[in-house]
Design a protein around this ligand. Structure first.
Ligand code: PLP
Length: 439
């Protein structure tokens, strides 16, 4: 392995595929060096073009290099880079007002952060402070971020490098329906079993429980979810105990799921939640996150309401332009229409492949569950191979799930029908290639 003294960054740039930056912690062993993007495509340093079917990990909500966002950011960057939550900037004020209205939470207050992790940490601060308890209910297979506290509510062992936590977390069923006995239950029976599990966990709690946190569709967990209405059934139990409901909309917000603006809205009578966290898509790649909460919950931590970079005028300007574009161009509606077509196409492809156990999801948040061909055994290695083969075909996808065996497809919400077809055709080639190699 090369050392940092043997290779300068200039070497790295020229020979990026041969030389790995061992002075930089990376996720992939062979990451692509991206140089620019446009619309739904990105380019690497060698000039190869890729269709971005992972939307920059669901951050690129509208499109890469959207001119409206670029203009707003450039204009603001020329005026003032920083204000923090100490001062006001008119973009942040307008953005907060729009998000407060969109959230559906009555008497809503917004607090800006720089990431989803920080948003969830803030939500936990609020809930534990408000309820004077450090007990939290979370879903199995969940992912809520990589800080010490948010890892403490992450129920996916592959993403929890530590079992130590300042929180006492009780994990309940309700996020996964793809494997195991729960998968074979009807919606009503599944919901009843999960509610029973919740009641059981509450029986094991040590006094007051502060909050229940859930992703309406589990992102890193492999784009899995319980049936619509499950969270409404949970809410009835939570209300009886005065437990706050935090909805983590970091992946599911802004119309990603097509049918609804927020993931929680698939659960009918469930809402509104007490606290909502967001990040990723709102900034279109800029570091923007935040929390929305009822005033009495938000005000429980007023004295500590400073985030040095939260709601910076530059990110707020970009996020506001991004949100405006999303709504003016009805991109949630586009996600519903194009996502529906893409899902049907992927289902047709999957029907002919014994490696594909399930195609699931809604809008432009689609998952493909892979197993060893002809079996029910989740196959993380198949997912890795398909991801690599898709990249060779010029399409970037993500993967996740408890066994790392789910492909995750989440392009920018402006995806066209032709691009959906381009991506599906490349995925078909990749899936067939891997299936015949594994058979
Ligand atoms: N919550 C969910 C549902 C996520 O998927 C993620 C990141 O993938 C986070 C929180 C953490 O967000 P960030 O990586 O911006 O800290």
């Amino acid at each position: 392995m090369a050392t940092s003294t043997e290779h300068t960054h200039a070497d790295l740039h020229l020979r990026h595929r041969a030389v790995l930056p061992d002075w930089l912690a990376t996720y992939y062993t062979s990451p692509i060096e991206l140089t620019h993007g446009e619309g739904r495509h990105v380019w690497d340093a060698e000039g190869t073009r890729y269709l971005d079917f992972f939307g920059g990990i669901l951050t690129t909500m509208t499109a890469h290099a959207l001119p409206e966002v670029t203009a707003a950011v450039s204009e603001q960057a020329g005026k003032l880079l920083h204000s923090s939550t100490l001062y006001l900037s008119h973009h942040a004020v307008e953005l907060a007002e729009r998000i407060a209205r969109l959230s559906g939470i009555p008497d809503a207050r917004v607090f800006f952060t720089t990431s989803g992790t920080e948003a969830n940490d803030t939500a936990l601060l609020l809930a534990t402070n408000y309820r004077r308890s450090n007990q939290i209910l979370a879903l199995r297979n969940s992912y809520h971020g990589r800080s010490f506290t948010s890892i403490g509510i992450t129920g996916n062992s592959a993403w929890s490098p530590t079992s130590l936590s300042p929180l006492q977390t009780l994990y309940v069923h309700g996020g996964v329906r793809t494997r195991g006995p729960y998968a074979y239950l009807s919606d009503a029976a599944f919901t009843a079993a999960c509610v029973e599990d919740l009641e059981d966990m509450l029986g094991q709690a040590n006094g007051t429980v502060a909050a229940f946190i859930a992703e309406p569709v589990q992102g890193v967990g492999g784009f899995t979810s319980g049936p619509d209405g499950l969270l409404a059934a949970f809410k009835r139990v939570l209300d009886r105990h005065g437990i706050l409901w935090i909805t983590d909309e970091v992946q599911t917000g802004w119309g990603r799921t097509g049918d609804n603006f927020w993931g929680w809205q698939a659960h009918g009578q469930a809402g509104p939640p007490d606290v909502l966290t967001f990040a990723k898509g709102i900034g279109n790649g800029l570091s923007m996150g935040g929390v929305v909460a009822r005033a009495e919950v938000m005000n429980s931590m007023n004295a500590n309401s400073i985030s040095t970079f939260g709601g910076s005028p530059v990110t707020a300007a970009g996020a506001l332009a991004n949100l405006t574009y999303l709504i003016d161009h009805d991109l949630p509606g586009n996600a519903r229409r194009v996502g529906g077509l893409l899902r049907s196409r992927l289902e047709a492809i999957g029907a002919g492949l014994s490696m594909v156990r399930e195609v699931r999801g809604r809008g432009l948040m689609l998952g493909i569950e892979l197993v060893d061909p002809g079996t029910d055994t989740p196959s993380g290695s198949a997912a890795g191979l398909v991801q690599e083969a898709a990249r060779e075909q010029g399409v970037l996808i993500g993967k996740g799930g408890r066994a790392g065996n789910a492909l995750r497809i989440a392009p920018p919400l402006s995806l066209t029908v032709a691009e959906a077809e381009e991506g599906a055709a490349a995925l078909e080639m990749a899936l067939k290639q891997v299936q015949s190699a594994l058979e």
